[in-house]
Design a protein. Structure first.
Length: 253
């Protein structure tokens, strides 16, 4: 009975995280990983590895739906992934060593807080009007540079969508729907690479993963399917509130 309730709780958490990821492309590391640590008592490195594997299924599911809806910028996705793949793998391979130097909970909390500040400044202070998709050469070069840097963070913490979507919106000037859709694609690719390293290092709890994956698949599919029906301002506010909630939880923890 206790085991069944535990598995049901893990699956329900997966649905909640999947919905958030489907709508906003964030939540794999910012909500999923802290949830496994705080709610289910997993150690940080195992939580990162388990959520990274679940994130592959979730992000791939969402990426397909976003691509069908025309919300993916393939040039940005390609150039970002070229540099993110090697740095993600290296960081994931040394996740436990990194954790022994700087606790991953601390890294995650700091990233969340920085994300909140950046998005609050853009959405609540600058309040930019919706813009059309327009990709320049400088944005393509920036995608490769950003991919190399963020790859390290993804491999070590499984945080992917939040920092990517922020960089796509603020640095590469993508409209919110395209930022979310493209983030889903590059996150799926990078998390797949990180997952290989985490599996090789024994950082995955397969028991928890078996309950987590069905939930995240269902949630991400529903969220990605209906993202175009949600007003952009509501998406922006949703992203900010999710990050703020995750920041509060991690700081309190």
């Amino acid at each position: 009975m206790v085991l069944a309730l535990y598995l049901a709780a893990v699956s329900a958490w997966g649905v909640a995280v999947g919905l958030v990821v489907g709508f906003t492309a964030i939540g794999t590391g910012l909500l999923g990983t802290p949830g496994l640590i705080i709610l289910f008592g997993m150690d940080a490195v195992t939580a990162v590895g388990t959520m990274a594997v679940a994130g592959v299924a979730m992000m791939t599911n969402g990426a397909v739906a976003h691509y069908r809806n025309g919300n993916v910028e393939p040039r940005i996705a390609f150039l970002f992934s070229i540099t993110a793949i090697p740095t993600t793998y290296i960081a994931a391979s040394y996740a436990r060593r990194i954790n022994s130097i700087v606790p991953l909970e601390t890294v995650i909390a700091v990233v969340i807080l920085i994300s909140v500040v950046l998005l609050f400044h853009r959405y609540m202070i600058l309040r930019p009007a919706p813009r059309p998709l327009k990709v320049r050469r400088v944005h393509l070069a920036g995608a490769a540079l950003v991919g190399a840097v963020i790859g390290v963070l993804m491999g070590a913490t499984s945080i992917s969508g939040s920092v990517i979507v922020i960089s796509f919106i603020i640095l590469l000037k993508l409209p919110s729907p395209h930022a979310i859709g493209t983030t889903s694609v590059v996150s799926a690719i990078s998390l797949a690479i990180a997952s290989v390293a985490h599996i090789q290092s024994g950082n995955v709890d397969w028991f928890v993963l078996s309950a987590l994956v069905p939930g995240v698949l269902l949630g991400s599919l529903v969220g990605a399917r209906y993202v175009n029906r949600v007003p952009r301002d509501l998406l922006r506010i949703g992203i900010l509130l999710i990050l703020l909630a995750a920041a509060v939880v991690m700081v309190v923890n």
